[in-house]
Write a protein that binds this ligand. Structure first.
Ligand code: F6R
Length: 260
């Protein structure tokens, strides 16, 4: 796991966008795993800027959302399909038919989850997965206790996550209790994973998943087993790390050609 501590969100957005740009130039039909929430927004803004400025081309890329609420009607502004569209994919030239998400409106949920796994496999798997982390250590909506082998399925949100996400709704009562999420096993199959965490409210979760024991109680800790996981932090999110100076020193002295 590589930990990179940067001065702010803009720098995080640029570094992650560098990795995505390099991937798209090497593999124009790259498969991108897309997260919602606040953490990836600076990355999407930077990618949109590069699309507008230098024509960074997404025309052959595809995107797969990490998760989706169950029960929000199609087109609901807070459904993750809509959020991804609004925040990112409608702002670049990725074909709408190449953008996918788990179907939270499905009547047959297990079948919808199986179909989602198949759709990811059919395009050759995810090349680069973007992630945020919950204050309880979740990635996707894999809440504490999730199996490390899990695939896309329905999960119940814990109250802390519902409270954290209430800011996107008119109130806590409107936040769905259930979600569909790629499993930890699905996320671990991505060839490169970039997790972004910013702000002091993430410091404890970051400390636990980066430097604590690998345990289902902290789902993001599974990334310690990933062969290519990059963790991009601002100073506040990194503030509880024991080895922060070591991570800074390592990154500062890394050969420039290596990227992340
Ligand atoms: C979103 C997702 C969640 C968020 C996490 C952090 O698709 O899967 O795991 O990444 O809840 O959310 P923010 O970035 O809003 O703090």
């Amino acid at each position: 796991m590589e930990v990179v501590i940067l001065s702010g969100s803009k720098q995080i957005g640029k570094l992650a966008a560098d990795a995505i740009e390099e991937l798209l130039r090497r593999k124009p039909n790259a498969v991108l795993g897309l997260a919602t929430g606040s953490s990836p927004l600076p990355i999407y803004d930077e990618l949109v800027a590069r699309y507008e400025r230098v024509g960074l081309d997404f025309s052959r890329a595809s995107g797969f959302a990490l998760d989706e609420y169950v029960g929000l009607p199609a087109g609901h502004p807070e459904s993750y399909r809509e959020v991804i569209r609004r925040e990112f994919t409608d702002r670049v030239n990725i074909p709408p038919e190449n953008v996918h998400g788990p179907d939270g409106t499905a009547t047959d949920i297990p079948e919808a989850c199986r179909a989602y796994e198949e759709a990811i496999a059919a395009v050759g798997g995810t090349d680069l997965q973007l992630l945020g982390v919950g204050t309880d250590g979740h990635i996707g909506f894999n809440e504490p206790g999730s199996s490390f082998a899990s695939r896309t399925r329905i999960k119940s949100l814990i109250e802390q996550t519902r409270r954290d996400n209430a800011r996107f709704f008119s109130g806590l009562a409107d936040v769905p209790h259930h979600v569909l999420t790629q499993g930890l096993g699905t996320i671990m199959d991505a060839r490169h994973v970039i997790l972004v965490a910013t702000g002091a409210q993430k410091a404890q979760a970051v400390r636990e998943f980066v430097e604590g024991p690998v345990s289902a109680i902290c789902p993001a800790s599974v990334l310690q087993f990933h062969p290519h996981a990059t963790v991009l932090l601002d100073e506040a999110a990194a503030s509880a790390l024991k080895l922060a100076d070591f991570y800074r020193h390592t990154y500062d002295n890394k050969p420039a050609w290596q990227g992340i």
